[in-house]
Design a protein around this ligand. Structure first.
Ligand code: ADP
Ligand code: MG
Length: 596
């Protein structure tokens, strides 16, 4: 925050030394900065590839132009409608994001942007290729905004508000959920994030910033024409965001301001300049994927102190014994994948406060069962009941908010979020519709976030992870990552915890710690269902074991009972006789599609 005061003073004094033309260049650069913030939020923070930002910009500018010149509406009412129009456009462009991601989404949004530009170029009301001139100067308490110097201060106020709001969003629960969605939308869903609404939110933000930039542009230039909103400028905008560092709001601003000036300097050789931007973008993507914003960390990363250590787990307080009620009831679940029957007529019920083991050879349907319980798959037939209510086919985020937490066989931590942020995403139990508060009651968001942070600190402390709070999980040993995943699940304060092979890849000592952790979780009143291959662990940990084989329940009982069941012995003998190499490839293949 220290750099803010000098930056504010410099921004305020800037116009005093500038000539009229340079002032104009600065005015345009600030507009690009607002646009870049919007693009950074959607693309860098939320991970939604959006190549339509320049179209939102155009919709904002053209709406103001048309409303002020053709209907006689005042500038400011037209501006409000323009921003609304851009947001609506954002929603429309965002719809495909519900069904597709990554480069497909890029292509679709680009197509929509091109469609818009063509449509405008040919529309009578938009003045065809000539565009619209004579847009009125925005009136503001008698200040003459036709002066580029005074207009700069209007822009500065809008820019500061836009920047502050973007920083507020990225550093709050919504921003964390957006980043979590970017890193792993399935895991984010399982932690309570409503993915479709979040994707739309990202595009709404894009539309909002695009619209505001469009309004500022129309007021500044008082003229709009199609070429301002062409692919060349979309590319420039993309270059600004990528070079600056798309995941960092400040990076986007720096990239936008920097490149806007570079573009101006290279106006005489603009064809070569385009090529130059292209080369720089490629170099940045390859060598500095985080852009300019990532440079300080790359330069200073060596001065890290010694590696923190994992502290011991602090057991939960024991919950008083309550009358046993059925927490999870699975009634004749069948799950088919095209020809393959992964689960067939599975029924089981798990009473509160139990540790239930699910065992069975690879491919017997254990993970599929978890995917059904946690809402990743809708069963082909059968019903799931959670504490008495039917939840069959409910979306993962709903189940998460109802108290179902899970971990994944092949770890799904958010790799670009710190350990603390991973925990914070899970601790957030709000619905996405809660985000109206960001506009209406922003201070309540801050209060809520403070509460989340203290809860996350408790969880980190309990799981002995405080020393790792500010690093990204990728840098940590596997055993610690496994523990983070359990901590993250417990940060949701679930009533039912599903653990998918939590001991896979752990050493003997870590397995013992795991058993201690799981017992304490059970004693705190959480029901635990655990898929596990380590038979020693299953025998010592579980109160009750269900054995699956070929998608069916073949045995069910206490660990001692199932261990001697002839069908279980047979199923396991069959499994262990498979050639080990084949077994391994089998498991790799399973990792590929598991949880998808
Ligand atoms: P386990 O966890 O017991 O090792 P899984 O539940 O992962 O087994 O898989 C059970 C069977 O269902 C396997 O044959 C697997 O190939 C198949 N399967 C699981 N998920 C899918 C999917 N999304 N599409 C097709 N087949 C799947
Ligand atoms: Mg599995």
């Amino acid at each position: 925050m220290l750099y803010l005061a000098p930056a504010a003073v410099a921004a305020w004094l800037l116009p005093y030394g500038l000539g009229g033309y340079t002032m104009h260049v600065v005015d345009v650069a600030v507009i690009f900065a607002v646009l870049a913030i919007g693009l950074g939020l959607t693309m860098g923070v939320a991970g939604q590839i959006n190549l339509a930002q320049v179209a939102f910009f155009g919709i904002g500018a053209y709406t103001v132009a048309i409303l002020t010149t053709k209907t006689g509406l005042g500038f400011w009412p037209a501006a409000v409608l323009a921003v609304v129009a851009s947001i609506v456009a954002g929603l429309l462009v965002g719809i495909p994001a519900l069904r597709m991601q990554s480069h497909y989404l890029g292509i679709v949004t680009l197509g929509l942007a091109l469609g818009f530009i063509n449509w405008v170029t040919n529309a009578e009301i938009a003045g065809r290729a000539e565009g619209i001139s004579d847009i009125p100067v925005p009136p503001l308490f008698g200040i003459d905004l036709s002066s580029g110097y005074l207009y700069y201060y209007l822009e500065l106020v809008v820019f500061v508000l836009a920047l502050a709001f973007a920083l507020f969003v990225t550093r709050s629960p919504l921003g964390r959920r957006l980043r979590a969605m970017r890193d792993d939308d399935l895991a984010a869903g399982a932690l309570g994030a409503e993915i479709p609404l979040l994707r739309m939110t990202a595009f709404v933000l894009s539309g909002l910033y695009g619209g505001i930039a469009g309004v500022l542009y129309a007021g500044l230039i008082q003229f709009v024409a199609p070429e301002t909103f062409n692919i060349g400028n979309m590319f420039l905008l993309l270059a600004m965001v990528i070079i600056g560092g798309r995941a960092s709001v400040i990076g986007c601003v720096v990239g936008a301001l920097g490149l806007a000036f570079v573009r101006e300097a290279l106006l005489d050789v603009s064809a070569f300049a385009q090529l130059g931007y292209g080369v720089i973008v490629v170099l940045v993507v390859v060598f500095f994927p985080k852009g300019l914003a990532g440079l300080p960390a790359q330069v200073f990363r060596r001065k890290r102190a010694e590696r923190p250590r994992l502290s011991p787990f602090i057991p939960y307080d024991e919950a008083p014994a309550v009358e046993a009620q059925t927490v999870l009831e699975i009634d004749q679940i069948t799950k088919r994948f095209k020809g393959l029957i992964a689960l067939q007529d599975i029924s089981l019920s798990v009473p509160a406060g139990q540790i239930r083991g699910i065992v069975g050879p690879n491919g017997s349907g254990k993970t599929t069962l978890f995917n059904v319980i946690s809402g990743f798959y809708t069963p082909t037939a059968g019903r799931v009941r959670l504490a008495g209510t039917f939840v069959t086919g409910a979306a993962p985020y709903r189940l998460s908010l109802k108290g179902v937490a899970r971990t994944f066989q092949n770890l799904r931590l958010f790799e670009d979020l710190t350990v603390r942020d991973n925990i914070l995403v899970a601790a957030d139990r709000t619905r996405t519709s809660w985000i109206w508060r960001y506009l209406a009651l922003p201070w309540t968001v801050s209060t809520y976030d403070r509460g989340l942070r203290s809860r996350a600190d408790d969880v980190l402390g309990r799981f002995g992870l405080t020393g790792f709070a500010d690093v990204v999980p990728r840098s940590l040993p596997y055993g610690i990552q496994r523990r983070i995943e359990i901590a993250r699940a417990m940060a949701m304060r679930p009533s039912l915890l599903l653990l998918d092979e939590p001991a896979a890849g752990l050493n003997g000592d870590e397995v013992r710690q795991l058993a201690e952790i799981v017992r304490s979780i059970r004693d705190s009143g959480v029901t635990v269902v655990v898929i596990e291959h380590n038979m020693g662990l299953v025998m010592s940990l579980c109160d009750h074991v269900t054995v699956l084989s070929g998608g069916r329940v073949i045995a069910d009982g206490t660990p001692d009972e199932v261990a001697v069941d002839p069908r279980v012995v047979e199923a396991y003998l069959g499994d262990s006789m498979a050639a080990p190499t084949e077994d391994d490839t089998d498991r790799e293949a399973e990792h590929e599609h598991a949880d998808r």
